[in-house]
Design a protein around this ligand. Sequence first.
Ligand code: ASP
Length: 345
Amino acid sequence: MTNILIIYTGGTIGMINDPKTGALKPFNFSHITSNVPELKRLNYNFSVHSFNPTIDSSNVTPEIWIELAVIIEDNYQKYDGFVILHGSDTMAYSASALSFALENLSKPVVFTGAQLPIGELRTDAKENLLTALEIAAAKNENGLPMVPEVCIYFDYMLYRGNRSTKFDSEKFQAFTSTNYHSLAEAGIRLKYNEKYILPYPEKPLKVYKYFDTAVGSIKLFPGMDPRFVSGMLNTPGLRAVVMEAFGSGNASTNPEFLNVLREAINKGIIILDISQCLGGTVELGHYETSDELSSMGVLNGYDMTFEAAITKLMFVLAQNKPIDELKKMLSISLRGELTKLNGQA
Ligand code: ASP
């Protein structure tokens, strides 16, 4: 018999209206089961680990990512797969963080949630939950878990967690993965895109329990005052930033702005360049407007999502290693979070 552990953190999926304020707030898991009688018809066992209190995902912190990783580690032998019920707002951050925390993952960890509470008539919660459970239980023809990775199932699509972004706050189709293929699609059958799923690992699971939050982000815009960038980069204790640049990683060639970046890099601050575009990749040196960035030592974040880039920085900085090794970890794919173009170093 297949055993699945559901970890309920909170989110809209299990929320109800507060009669006093009318605002949605998280509620306990019994509310979910009473609204999905179909759960009794599953041909596998499931158990529930519920957060207490359950939370809106805007309140998720790196401590919660670690808590999730530890729950998975402690229950790893007992269960065939894990479904994490989580608010959609920061789900892509948690899924990215978990992908880094769980090295050599050999079992599915499927995040899901909903845009409408499970008690609403037109809810998307039931389908999301039931199919996420099916994915967590699925085995391939060799009897191995079909999707041994951290992923997000939402509105009929399964995506790699560290490739996903919440791009719509109203549509049931809340997530997208512009730079990587879907891992599965649910129609009348569940169609897995096996060649895009990470291979079954050869080594045992290794769980990392530290994230360093000494990171920041700068989103560039035309006319940005270099003094603002300087203020940010001179924040006491800061170790690294994600810089959301234009197009294929380009930025203004204003010497004052470039000097601010150069000074920060010379002080040992890591600047990781990703694009504001949802699709495509950073190509440092492709335009004159990224040439200087590359020569001063800004790192190429390739086609990473913002969520993957920021959580990868937090994960990498927590490793007790010299800065050159940290930079090397940032420039390679650790968990399938980035793709390099042919010829990119
Ligand atoms: N505010 C909710 C949350 O992220 C939204 C959702 O669950 O979709 O917890």
